[in-house]
Design a protein around this ligand. Structure first.
Ligand code: 5AD
Length: 347
């Protein structure tokens, strides 16, 4: 049985949606005892808010060029083994059309920080997608940009933005990124996105090299203060062409536990069961949902591009029809279903 004080913290979290650092540390340290209870409570809260319905978003990985050099990521500019590509506007629209046929109502335009794909070009893509499909939402995930650029993206019609904070522990951040990518800049971008009015997503990897309990406590404190509308969180997985190639993967169990804690903290947050989790764990989508997740993000990029968007080793590559039918089958085992809806944050 979970000891009384730690289990009590889960109730306190549900009641107040925030905890003190020492309380978060206690929850993280007592994972062994609280794992089942936390997940059960998280699933219950997700059911109250979203029933047995899972939103799905189509990710379009439109460029794998990147000016950054994050030590964990396969797209880092120092990885010269990667075949780089950039989709044309027409190719991106084709992805949208394919996704739309499968009921997808959110397109996530995701790319490396690619200066060769200009702001103007991306704005044209957003405007075109919005005019072709009148009932879709556009999410951007294109990294750190100026306030002005974010504002232009918003004015073009994008309404959500994913920018993981990666870690809220600035000493840890400096071990995952080169000096040219300071922590303060990432955080400034996140606050700018919120200020402009984007539904904003942050997030971190679980088990990234040098992560400590204190880093995770700082993540959870950051999240409860920042109040993101979305949160992306999966296990760290090594990539063979990065400095972290020999580092161990994050733990699926810890990922599922922290996902549950996030759901208890933020009952309405849009919380995907990530591709990284599914890569580590064969039934990762179902397990994520049993931890309170309510979103799945299938890849709607062209099949030829998928193998080149390799953030980590073993990233799954399926064609869309195949991946959607697999997702449906996996959800059916736990009696959940995909719903075709924009699925905005309902605060
Ligand atoms: N393992 C897991 N997640 C990764 N990401 C990048 N590289 C890896 C990796 N090796 C995540 C980062 C980034 C998002 C696009 O993918 O958190 O923000």
């Amino acid at each position: 049985m979970p000891d009384h004080t730690s289990a009590h913290l889960l109730d306190k979290l549900v009641k107040h949606n925030r905890l003190k650092s020492s309380e978060w540390a206690s929850l993280i340290e007592n994972e062994a005892d609280l794992y089942d209870l936390a997940r059960k409570m998280a699933q219950e809260i997700a059911l109250q808010n979203f029933e047995r319905k899972i939103f799905y978003r189509g990710i379009i990985e439109f460029t794998n060029f990147c000016q950054n050099d994050c030590l964990y990521c396969g797209l880092r500019k120092s990885n010269h083994d990667l075949k780089r590509y950039r989709l044309t506007k027409d190719e991106i629209i084709e992805c949208g059309k394919l996704g739309y046929e499968f009921g997808i109502k959110t397109f996530v335009l995701q790319g490396g920080e690619d200066l060769g794909f200009s702001d103007d070009k991306l704005i044209e893509v957003i405007l075109d997608l919005k005019s072709i499909f009148d009932d879709v939402q556009i999410t951007l995930s294109v990294g750190e940009r100026s306030f002005y650029t974010y504002q232009r993206f918003f004015e073009a019609g994008a309404r959500r933005y994913l920018l993981r904070h990666e870690t809220a522990d600035f000493t840890h951040y400096a071990k995952l990124h080169p000096e040219a990518q300071p922590f303060w800049h990432r955080i400034t971008c996140l606050y700018n996105l919120k200020k402009i009015g984007f539904q904003t997503g942050c997030g971190m990897m679980i088990g990234s090299p040098n992560q400590t309990t204190s880093s995770l406590v700082q993540d959870l404190c950051f999240i409860q203060d920042f109040k993101p509308e979305m949160l992306g969180m999966g296990p760290f997985l090594p990539h063979h062409s990065t400095p972290f190639k020999t580092q161990p993967s994050g733990s699926a169990r810890q990922t599922l536990y922290i996902l549950a804690l996030v759901r208890l903290m933020a009952p309405k947050i849009l919380l995907p069961a990530t591709t990284a989790l599914k890569t580590l764990l064969p039934n990762g989508y179902a397990e994520g949902i049993l931890s309170g997740c309510n979103v799945i993000m299938p890849n709607i990029s062209p099949d030829w591009a998928k193998p080149n968007y390799e953030l980590y080793n073993g990233k799954l590559v399926n064609d869309l029809a195949q991946s959607i039918s697999k997702i449906r089958a996996e959800l059916k085992t736990i009696n959940y279903q995909l719903v075709s809806a924009k699925g905005d944050f309902q605060g």
